[in-house]
Design a protein around this ligand. Structure first.
Ligand SMILES: NC(=O)C1=CN([C@@H]2O[C@H](COP(=O)(O)OP(=O)(O)OC[C@H]3O[C@@H](n4cnc5c(N)ncnc54)[C@H](O)[C@@H]3O)[C@@H](O)[C@H]2O)C=CC1
Ligand SMILES: CC(=O)[C@H](N)C(=O)O
Length: 288
């Protein structure tokens, strides 16, 4: 979800490639750079995880264990994102509260429940300052979708501006929680800065918008009336989406540390189209 603009991490500070499976190298990086907060984003997302379960297990679970050990050894504040994918068909779906049955059916979801529980365990047993937000599908103009079930909600904007046609792999009425990248970043920073005494939970849902493909298409057509959308549900991703919450209950995040989203659906669509339009223009790509 990192941005490739002029103020990106690569341009603004020290930047190194690191493999989360290489424990020794990670430990050296943390110690040699005096790092005190660790934000652990590396993961394989839901759809791509199902096509390579072994690799997903290694990155999402072994990688997480490396990060947890290093954070504990070095008394770091640790953030690990979780997801709507940490819920499954037996969870309440509309809305899903913070605390309820979690029996996800993807390796991605299983690894994220594992992360939530391991982090909370180490917090209660050893005082690790573990913090975790369950993100909805995140929508950004700056990166291409990374193999998730919510990817269509990013791809549709690229297609709308390039070919004017999007083939959607979900049914038109599949409702999922979503969020603009700015809200996601701001939530993460605000949550990381929140005083410990305000946090009654270590893992919070955060919500912003919840929409179906049909609804986002209608909103995009207010700007691009010619957008053509066809539906060809992909059984794997449809099955995953049908097992995830339709809406998130984020009342605890709002109460404990003041979470409040800024982007509704109209604002998100306007911003995505404007950002992508500028990026296409600067890359000399046409707009449909
Ligand atoms: N994008 C979304 O809609 C949501 C994302 N999240 C979470 O946010 C985090 C980031 O997600 P995205 O940026 O969308 O995913 P992404 O798939 O775009 O990026 C994942 C990153 O992990 C890196 N990675 C893979 N193997 C690695 C390894 N062995 N060592 C180091 N890095 C490795 C990849 O190079 C990639 O940059 C993930 O933990 C994901 O679960 C949670 C909910 C929603
Ligand atoms: C919601 C997520 O965690 C991710 N975008 C995915 O679809 O796998």
């Amino acid at each position: 979800m990192s941005s490739l603009c002029s103020h990106c991490v690569r341009c603004s500070g020290p930047y190194v490639y690191a493999d989360v499976l290489d424990y020794k190298n990670l430990r050296e990086l943390v110690v040699n750079n005096g790092i005190t907060w660790l934000v652990h984003y590396s993961a394989m997302l839901s759809a791509v995880g199902e096509s390579n379960v072994q690799l997903s297990r290694a990155i999402n679970i072994t990688g997480l264990h490396n990060v947890l050990d290093i954070a504990l050894e070095n008394s770091m504040r640790l953030f690990v994102p979780s997801t709507i994918g940490a819920f499954g068909p037996s969870s309440p779906r509309d809305p899903a509260p913070d605390l309820c049955i979690q029996r996800p059916r993807t390796i991605y979801g299983v690894s994220k429940v594992h992360a939530e529980l391991m982090g909370e365990y180490l917090h209660h047993k050893y005082g690790l300052d573990f913090r975790c937000l369950r993100y909805p599908g995140v929508i950004s103009a700056y990166t291409h979708p990374g193999g998730g079930t919510t990817d269509y909600a990013v791809q549709i904007f690229h297609d709308a501006l390039s070919t004017g046609h999007h083939e959607c792999y979900l049914h038109p009425q599949t409702r999922l929680p979503m969020m603009h990248i700015s809200d996601c970043h701001r939530a993460t920073v605000e949550f990381m800065q929140a005083p410990e005494c305000q946090l009654y939970l270590r893992t919070y849902n955060i919500a912003a918008i919840s929409f179906t493909p049909e609804e986002v298409v209608e909103e995009i057509r207010k700007h691009l009336p010619h957008l053509r959308v066809t539906y060809k549900p992909d059984p794997i991703r449809q099955n995953i989406a049908d097992s995830w919450p339709m809406r998130f209950d984020d009342s605890n995040a709002r109460r404990d540390w003041g979470w409040e989203p800024a982007f509704g659906l109209p604002e998100l669509v306007t911003d995505m189209l404007s950002d992508l339009h500028k990026r296409r223009a600067s890359a000399d790509l046409g707009v449909s």
